[in-house]
Design a protein around this ligand. Structure first.
Ligand code: SF4
Length: 270
């Protein structure tokens, strides 16, 4: 996943998984003098939830002596998530649909801003199995085939992404964090119940309890299926968004479209 000369942008939300991963990567990096680590935190602007997490992220970055970059939805998109959703009608998408697109772009921007060569996200085994299934349930075979949790190769202006905890169950990540005395965020995102992922999480937890090992076996099976499917799904051509310059397969990237930027609102030089 990593090379000794990597500058790793660790996506730190302030939750248990990302704080634990930051601590582990910081410890490991001590053995590799060329390796640099910078934490990147995205502040989505979710009142009563994100403040505590951002404070925890700051606290641990100070403790671990890790440089810390914070990028906010307000800075990038003009509004935090709460205010953005207030401006949408009842027909709006789920909060997580907007948040996922905005956050992905924000992490890429934050990581490039600090000069990182790779992005590490703290998705654990449970998250990865949920994502595989979500892509299948939504009928998105292309996304299923491209979802490589180990290492996503760089394309266009995207930095390569790795998920170092992708084979570690969520419970074990939490256990490690508790054993190391980490303080975790106490509140949950108020929007999490809107997401299909939440129902999948409940279903998979129930299955794992009744049939221990089901998470690992489904992870292995879907990893093999993904590798078989990948050659049949050619990479779409990436270009720069006409509005923000970030990589996209369209004229205007998904995040810009969500904030209401369309081609007719972009001034094209004559
Ligand atoms: Fe964003 Fe949804 Fe996660 Fe809340 S639960 S932080 S809205 S992706």
């Amino acid at each position: 996943m990593f090379s000794p000369a990597d500058h790793i942008a660790v996506a730190v939300s302030g939750g248990k998984d990302s704080l634990t991963m930051l601590m582990i990567l910081k410890k490991l990096s001590a053995k590799f003098k060329q390796t640099k680590i910078t934490a990147v935190t995205v502040d989505e602007g979710i009142a009563g939830y994100r403040e505590e997490a951002v404070d925890l992220a700051k606290e641990y970055c100070d403790k671990l002596e890790v440089d810390h970059e914070i990028v906010s939805f307000k800075e990038l998109y003009g509004d935090g998530l709460d205010d953005f959703l207030k401006g949408r009608g009842p027909e709006r998408l789920t909060a997580c649909s907007y948040c996922g697109v905005f956050r992905r772009k924000a992490i890429n921007i934050g990581a490039k801003r600090v000069g990182a060569t790779k992005i590490a996200t703290a998705h654990n085994l449970d998250d990865v199995v949920q994502t595989y299934l979500l892509n299948l349930f939504q009928g998105d075979v292309e996304r299923f085939a491209r979802f490589n949790p180990v290492l996503r190769d760089p394309r266009g202006g995207f930095l390569p992404r790795v998920k170092p905890l992708c084979e570690v169950p969520e419970k074990e990540v939490a256990l490690y964090g508790y054993a190391e005395g980490l303080t975790f965020q106490t509140t949950s995102c108020p929007y999490m119940t809107e997401a299909l992922r939440n129902e999948l999480r409940t279903m998979l937890n129930r299955l794992e309890l009744a049939h221990p090992g089901v998470l690992f076996s489904s992870y292995r099976a879907m990893t093999k299926l993904r590798a078989l499917a990948e050659p049949g799904v050619p990479d779409s051509v990436l270009r720069s968004c006409r509005s923000c310059g970030e990589p996209t397969t369209m004229e205007v990237c998904e995040a810009c479209k969500m904030v209401g930027i369309t081609m007719d609102k972009i001034e094209v030089p004559a």
